[in-house]
Design a protein. Structure first.
Length: 116
């Protein structure tokens, strides 16, 4: 059972070479784009639009992100988190921020914007 669990985790983890850098734990997270923006455009804040709601607290502690995307990991770990509905805002002490906007249908009377 443990072997099967490790296989499933390895297949989902960015530590495995056969996993696309955009895919992580079943979600498409543009970590490479975020990292390249932070590296090539210092001081630039990032907005991520997705149909998924990411577990940002989990992403903050993930070791594979620390090694593969150091600037993104540093920003994730050294930011305050504010959540408002489907939006998650991370703000660092130097003013840099990442806003995760999750466009998915939750409860009744919630409006979502469909992106084609």
């Amino acid at each position: 059972m443990l072997h099967q669990y490790l296989d499933i985790f390895c297949n989902a983890s960015m530590n495995c070479k056969n996993v696309d850098s955009e895919a992580y734990m079943g979600y498409k997270i543009p970590l490479q784009k975020i990292e390249s923006t932070l590296v090539n455009h210092p001081g630039q804040s990032v907005v991520v639009l997705s149909k998924n709601k990411y577990n940002v607290n989990f992403l903050r502690m993930e070791e594979s992100i620390m090694t593969r995307y150091p600037k993104t990991s540093f920003l994730l770990r050294n930011s305050t988190i504010e959540q408002d509905g489907n939006d998650t805002l991370l703000v660092s002490k130097d003013g840099l921020s990442i806003l995760f906007v999750s466009l998915y249908k939750t409860l009744n009377n919630v409006v979502t914007i469909k992106i084609e």
